[in-house]
Design a protein around this ligand. Structure first.
Ligand code: SAM
Ligand code: SF4
Length: 327
């Protein structure tokens, strides 16, 4: 089976949020005091997540990303990943993490699973700036864990949110970082999903400006091909082991080939990051609804997908945090 939306886009990628909790308080994501976190009984259990992932895989989803909140703060994640790694339909499993709480044993488990790529969020290569952005002093742990992840041979994508008042000066350092490290640094435009922790009136540095800035600094950068559904461009500065890319997450130039859907920690399905929740999957799997009926309802909401993030956002004022949607 191949899921296709009402704009003829194949849907084969599920992003599932393991938890809304997190040990960091990144300024672009959460208020300092945190959020009203979901009660345990409202979270999808791991068997429920596993069931949903199986259902999606039977519908043609072959790629799953675990995100959050911080996925590694929820106990049992390794068992869940081991279990869904056994699904025949799944080719690719990945994780997005802040890299603060993972350990060698977990990486060993992941290495034996279908996880090949780990996305590590890191917005600064400077300890003080890291602390200013995340409101926590975890920089050295993250750098140590970055090396550990590399040692285990995972593909590493470093996600760096570009914020003019905080880390513009580090764009150069991040590209230089790719000289000896075989990682791909992706610069993300900031989005409004900060849990109403600060005003968001748009961005001053969009993907074009970021790229101009980098190509001025590294004129010998070469553009590399990417899969059609990729949200990121890809470049390599001459002689560098690693690569860099830019994700127009606010400009949303990639919506035309968007292949993804999201399920939150509390089982809400979204067909666009900028849109509303469209289906309560927790309620469905906790009721006596058959799996065939659940699949039918999934198909129905996929048939009503907004054509892009601007259409999905129309008439909405975004106050949510990424942790409530699954980043
Ligand atoms: N805690 C994990 C982490 O930080 O990698 C996973 C969840 S986090 C919500 C997923 C990604 O969303 C991170 O790369 C983070 O930088 C990004 N993110 C969160 N809020 C954002 C925002 N307002 N604008 C752009 N990216 C954001
Ligand atoms: Fe936590 Fe990730 Fe949000 Fe930072 S971006 S507060 S690490 S969930």
């Amino acid at each position: 089976m191949q899921l296709t939306d009402n704009h003829n886009r194949p849907i084969n990628y599920l992003r599932i949020s393991v938890t809304d909790r997190c040990n960091l308080r990144c300024t672009y994501c959460m208020p300092e005091q945190g959020l009203q976190f979901e009660h345990k009984q409202n979270l999808l259990t791991f068997p429920e997540m596993s069931q949903l992932i199986r259902i999606f895989s039977e519908m043609g989803v072959d790629k799953v990303r675990f995100t959050g909140g911080e996925p590694f703060v929820r106990d049992g994640l390794m068992e869940l990943i081991q279990e869904v790694s056994g699904l025949n339909g799944l080719d690719e499993i990945s994780i997005t993490t802040n890299g603060t709480v993972l350990n060698e044993e977990q990486l060993q488990t992941l290495k034996a699973s279908k996880v090949r790529t780990i996305n590590l969020s890191l917005d600064s290569l400077d300890r003080d700036t890291f602390q200013e952005i995340t409101r926590r002093d975890n920089f050295s742990t993250v750098m140590k864990n970055l090396d550990l992840i590399m040692k285990f041979g995972f593909d590493i994508k470093v996600n760096c949110v570009v914020m003019p008042d905080k880390n513009i000066q580090e764009i150069q350092s991040f590209v230089e970082f790719t000289k000896d490290k075989p990682v791909t640094v992706r610069f993300l435009e900031e989005m409004p999903f900060n849990g109403a922790s600060r005003d968001f009136t748009g961005i001053k540095w969009n993907h074009v400006k970021i790229l101009d800035h980098i190509t001025n600094l590294f004129p010998n950068s070469e553009q590399l091909p990417v899969p059609e559904s990729s949200t990121s461009s890809l470049y390599q500065a001459r002689g560098h082991k690693g690569k860099f890319g830019i994700i127009p997450s606010f400009s949303r130039t990639f919506c035309g080939t968007c292949n993804r859907v999201r399920v939150s920690h509390h089982g809400m399905m979204r067909t666009c990051l900028y849109g509303e929740n469209v289906l309560d999957l927790k309620e469905l799997i906790r009721s006596d609804t058959s799996e065939d009926e659940i699949k039918e309802q999934i198909v129905n909401v996929i048939q009503k997908r907004a054509k892009d993030g601007f259409e999905a956002q129309a008439n909405r004022s975004i106050k949510e945090s990424m942790t409530k949607i699954g980043g």
